[in-house]
Design a protein around this ligand. Structure first.
Ligand SMILES: [Zn+2]
Length: 68
């Protein structure tokens, strides 16, 4: 996995787990035709989301794997 950096602080982001209060992990869902990787998703399909946090400012960034 390539390193993610905070756009504000320039420091490396740490992988974290973002879950709901019920403990479910978050996923991304699209319901319409999109460009790029979003276009590969069918209606109602979901993808796992990777969440990263900046240890300096607390920024959270989320990514899905565009190559699947
Ligand atoms: Zn930061």
């Amino acid at each position: 996995m390539r390193e993610r950096r905070c756009p504000d602080c320039g420091v490396g982001l740490r992988a974290v787990e973002l879950v709901t209060s019920e403990g479910f992990s978050t996923k991304v869902r699209t319901g319409e035709k999109r460009e790029g990787w979003l276009g590969k998703l069918g209606v109602g399909e979901t993808r796992d989301v990777e969440t990263f946090a900046c240890p300096e400012c607390g920024l959270l960034r989320q990514y899905v794997d565009p190559d699947f």
